[in-house]
Design a protein around this ligand. Sequence first.
Ligand SMILES: Nc1ncnc2c1ncn2[C@@H]1O[C@H](COP(=O)(O)OP(=O)(O)OP(=O)(O)O)[C@@H](O)[C@H]1O
Length: 345
Amino acid sequence: MNHLQISDLTVAYRVGGHTVPAVRGVDLTVPAGGKLGVAGESGCGKSTVALAVLRLLPANATVTGRVLLDGEDVLTMRWGRLRAVRWAGASIVFQGAMHSLNAVHRVGDQITEPILLHGKGAITPAVAERRAGDLLEQVGLPAHQAAAYPHELSGGQRQRVMIAMALACEPRLIIADEPTTALDVMIQAQILRLIDGLVTEHGIALMMISHDLSVLADTCDRLAVMYAGRVVEEGPARTVFATAVHPYAAALGAAFPTVGDPAARRAPRGLAGDPPDPAQLEGGCSFCPRCPRAVAECARVDPALRPAGPDRAAACILVPPGGPSPRSLRASAAEVPAAPEGRRR
Ligand SMILES: Nc1ncnc2c1ncn2[C@@H]1O[C@H](COP(=O)(O)OP(=O)(O)OP(=O)(O)O)[C@@H](O)[C@H]1O
């Protein structure tokens, strides 16, 4: 059964007299215990999708579509139910834990609070405190650090506390939105391994958001690549990373060093140009102005996501329905244009 099923999700923000179409008809699925990576450059709508899943969007957002969590539509459920679902159905780990933790409360109290409010069964304060200690140990912190205030912890330790909070009510889905952005490289790897290990151990479904395709390919089973508010390619994570069929997904993959097979190693290459301003989208494929393979028709046709092989989908008129041949995939990998100096991501 699918734990999360997002269908035709559209989110537009009102800014002044304008509308910013941040997410445009997105379909995504995370099966129970599955791991979906959502990738794309800054501004493509990844966080907006995450916030929509828990109905945490700001007041200037208008949402349409369906977000089913265990078959219940989050977008239409009553507030009382939504509060319970936000902890026990799905919880979220944001980037930058310092902004998400309350500076004036001890971290232990911040973990026990949701356990007392939404935990399963009859929970006394003593039980909640013990559970908070257990959770801190699960994320690699000593239980006595429950007494610490956020400013007494390092960035990595604070992010571990956020993960403990996300686990507090035994959710069936964790959304990790760029969970390592503010951390140094060594700590990033530890936190990613921690999240991966915990969701695997507890059978929790994961939706991990990152601009880094290589991290997602390492952690997730499936990968969705977004561009200008749309999913442009979706499929098995390692396949999409290694041999993307959509020119944008291929370019994004080429912007990172390859992992694994030394024979397949290549130097990372940047992608020229910038994503479009969502408020200024024109007709045709939104990647067309940056696409090395664009033909005249691309400026006119805005392609829908369609099958591109047995287990993947892509939104590009140049991708045949059965998927491209291995030969054309190799050729297209060589086409990714280098970004001019100073514009590398
Ligand atoms: N509260 C808001 N009001 C108006 N526009 C917004 C708001 N939040 C996001 N946007 C716009 O919506 C679009 C998508 O933003 P979003 O944050 O979802 O992208 P993202 O892919 O998560 O980017 P990043 O990786 O930088 O977080 C962007 O154009 C952004 O400027």
